[in-house]
Unconditional design. Structure first.
Lengths: 190, 190
DNA sequence: GTCTATAACCGGATAGAC
DNA sequence: GTCTATCCGGTTATAGAC
């Protein structure tokens, strides 16, 4: 693996463990086993390196969600499988966490990565639900965009609660609550 | 108002605007119109001042939620009124935001304030739903703890999405989705 | 109780050798 | 392409005068 890749990898790890502001170039270099010259040769600076790392992480996470999906299942089962994924709540979402950092939100390049990541996820869920509606599985008047936003928000909020409590149980409870509540979208049985 | 109160007030504002790590004592002093000596006279340091500010904010927010509640309404209406409160999503939750900061989570005094704040909120919502179940409004098998965790998580996750998108609409959609989905808890009509 | 001066340290970035 | 030495600015904390 190239020094450049080592730097991106080390940055991604530290972003996950400590967030953006609290991650210093010095620590990145230490973990990557590289000198300062390498970093400033391959990247313009800390923000540029973080941008590369965030883009890598967002691509990996998006790919993971879609590769685990089984489109032959009923829509609600697909969404419930998404909710039931293995999250790592104590570390927080690798993307969502960063967006609470003023430096990240103040940099349109960095925030844009999170923006597009969540937009893609919300669209994907809404599309799955639309398929379910077209198949008659869901109510004709189901608000699929609202439901998709709710699903993504429950996972993200679960991370917040897990970190506050230092305990994974509350995120699991929130996800269970959302899974159960999604039953409200189901078309009435005849 | 005393210098001490000015310091707590200025800290609470900056915590909201910039988070914990990015808030320096120098900025607090500038905003409070005080010198460094005052701060170190009244508090042990930055963490101690933040603790006072977070405790103040958590108390104010808890009080606001409970004072806006109308216990004579049906349970689902009370929870939906909570969800429909005026949030300020672009700034993030004054408590939940801080918990993504490694320095806050690493300090049990600071994290403990967030921990207790959310525990209290989850308990309050679960209690309201229990009242609704006892009154026959909700299904007998409703998982009130899961539903309470979901409600708090949707609000917190909505803050995350609002910041990522720099747009309040997604939080509103998530809240609408949760409000609608809570209908799954309602007892069947006979 | 409040002030200013200063210490000791760490952040991000640059310079220039190899 | 990678290294080390160095700069400048900002951070938290302390000292000691008023």
């Amino acid at each position: 693996m190239s020094t450049r890749d080592d730097l991106v990898e080390a940055t991604a790890e530290l972003l996950r463990e400590r967030g953006y502001s609290a991650t210093s170039p010095a620590r990145i270099l230490e973990r990557a086993g590289a000198g300062q010259g390498s970093m400033y040769h391959h990247f313009h600076g800390k923000a540029d390196l973080a941008r590369a790392a965030m883009e890598h992480v967002a691509a990996v996470m998006t790919e993971a969600v879609e590769s685990e999906d089984d489109p032959s299942l009923p829509a609600l089962d697909r969404i419930r499988a998404f909710l039931a994924r293995e999250w790592d709540p104590l570390l927080g979402c690798r993307i969502g966490r960063l967006v609470q950092d003023a430096e990240v939100v103040g940099d349109d390049d960095l925030r844009g990565i999170a923006d597009r990541y969540f937009t893609h996820l919300e669209d994907w869920i809404a599309d799955v639900l639309e398929v379910g509606r077209a198949a008659g599985e869901l109510r004709g008047d189901a608000d699929t965009r609202a439901a998709a936003a709710m699903v993504v928000a429950v996972v993200q909020g679960g991370f917040v609660l897990a970190r506050a409590h230092q305990d994974v149980a509350t995120q699991q409870a929130a996800i269970r609550g959302a899974s159960l509540a999604l039953g409200a979208l189901r078309a009435r049985e005849h």
